[in-house]
Ligand binder design. Structure first.
Ligand code: PHE
Length: 454
């Protein structure tokens, strides 16, 4: 197929492959963004659309990214240049870079909130009672100007220190430990939420869809959430695919990654919605939802402080493994394609993210009334979030699926997915069908539907 750079680092173990790709996929997208999007978009109606997007679009595009990454052993730019050097396909890479810096900007703000909550849990600052008190606490923190910026900067510096060293082995080890720990904690919180007085209402909200609530907005949000949660459409998974060994089973890895990622999002929903109804709150709270509900949940559990310290610490680590993976898109471009040193590339990435991060952090306070040059009635935070997740990632995913389905030779795709014919992949025809027709057409249709939203 294409040139191979066999010196490239590879994941050490099979578990490492899964832990690292799941490490990228699982993060604030599952625990913070999924519940708030589901809450805003009618619960069950959103969940159905989301699951359909994961199965019919997410898994095939994830397979395509892994396959292209491993075959070319390259970042998103190098990959397309290796495969079709004379063409304009590497423009997908520019879309990826733009998405990655936008996401990094607003994501770091929310990761900063996580750090504030970790700090507050440590110092006993979350020792309040009543949902109202937690609501006020979050509002006064997030609308302030200095603390959110300070934590955003600290988070970006943590991210910088790790990416500048390019420590893949470290990330692999950290994910191996953190993911199972996070999972166990979530299960404990689920059991706790299921015992709440209005658990049934919460579960009904999430699991029994009211089909009349499926609007263009719900479908566009579900598509965006699916791509965001799987870290798809910007080349992150392509880069991780380039670290796969020749024996890694791509379709299986993609299916396991998508299943675990979805499971964690659904678990977060099972924790949040029973509590929302039991505390008499509205599920339509936007980005604040989880930061108001979770501390209220912990406050009711015996040993509240320990649970919240543990949880916010793991969420901080989970956010870090996600931002490390998204930073890799622009850093790999600058260092591998533009031949910059890793330090220089990481520093440029940091500076851009700091600018975007400060604008996003101020979006709840000083810049909250901004109507974006008079064009849109949204602040920087929502602009970065909406544009990257709902537009750029699906656009990138659509182009990747068109490339894999129509431009790449069928035999090359088959070789990549079957490990040069060593393993059978029964779903190959189905995957090709999804990449050729289902993904491009569905994403295009959803875009057209969504035009109404602009
Ligand atoms: N999937 C990550 C999450 O759910 C976010 C992410 C998006 C990471 C895009 C990398 C690239 O938190």
């Amino acid at each position: 197929m294409a040139q191979q750079n066999n010196n490239r680092a590879q994941f050490a173990t099979k578990l490492g492959v899964i832990a690292t790709t799941v490490g990228s996929a699982v993060g604030l997208g599952n625990i913070w963004r999924f519940p708030y999007e589901a809450g805003n978009n009618g619960g069950g109606a959103f969940l159905i659309c989301y699951l359909l997007c994961i199965v019919a679009l997410g898994i095939p595009v994830l397979c395509a990214e892994f396959a292209i990454g491993r075959s070319t052993r390259s970042n998103i730019f190098g990959a397309f240049e290796n495969l079709k050097s004379s063409s304009k396909w590497h423009w997908i890479g520019y879309i990826g870079i733009l998405s990655s810096v936008m996401i990094l900007s607003f994501y770091s703000v929310v990761a900063g909130w996580t750090m504030e909550y970790l700090y507050q849990s440590f110092t006993g600052g979350l020792n309040l009672s009543g949902a109202e008190a937690f609501h006020n606490q979050f509002t006064s923190f997030s609308t302030g100007n200095w603390r959110p910026i300070l934590w955003t900067v600290i988070f970006l510096l943590c991210n910088y220190i790790i990416v500048v060293r390019g420590v893949k082995k470290g990330i692999e080890k950290m994910s191996n430990l953190m993911m199972p720990a996070l999972f166990v904690l979530l299960i404990i919180f689920c059991v706790n939420s299921l015992m709440m007085p209005k658990a049934k209402e919460g579960l009904e909200f999430l699991f029994s869809p009211d089909f009349s609530k499926i609007t263009p907005e719900v479908v566009v949000s579900a598509l965006g959430q699916a791509f965001f949660s799987l870290s798809l459409g910007l080349g992150t998974m392509m880069t991780y695919g380039s670290y796969f060994s020749k024996d890694t089973r791509i379709v299986r890895s993609a299916t396991i990654t998508a299943s675990l990622d979805t499971l964690i999002a659904v678990l977060a929903g099972i924790i949040i919605f029973p509590a929302v109804f039991s505390f008499g709150m509205s599920p339509v709270q936007g980005p604040a939802l989880v930061f108001e509900i979770l501390p209220s949940i912990f406050a009711q559990m015996p040993g509240a402080q320990i649970w919240s310290v543990l949880f916010f610490f793991l969420l901080f680590l989970a956010s870090l493994t996600s931002t490390i993976s998204m930073s890799e898109v622009s850093i790999a471009f600058l260092s591998e394609e533009k031949k910059m040193s890793r330090i220089k590339a990481s520093t440029i990435n940091l500076i851009i993210a700091l600018c975007g991060g400060v604008l996003s952090a101020l979006s709840f306070g000083y810049l909250s009334d901004l109507n974006f040059f008079g064009l849109f009635d949204i602040n920087f935070f929502s602009f970065f979030d909406f544009t990257s997740s709902n537009l750029l990632l699906p656009l990138g995913g659509m182009l990747i699926s068109i490339f894999a389905g129509w431009r790449l030779e069928r035999s090359a795709l088959k070789n990549a997915l079957t490990n040069e014919g060593k393993i059978g992949v029964k779903t190959f025809p189905l995957l090709v069908f999804c990449l050729k027709f289902v993904a491009p057409i569905a994403i295009l249709l959803i875009f057209l539907l969504g035009l109404k939203l602009f």
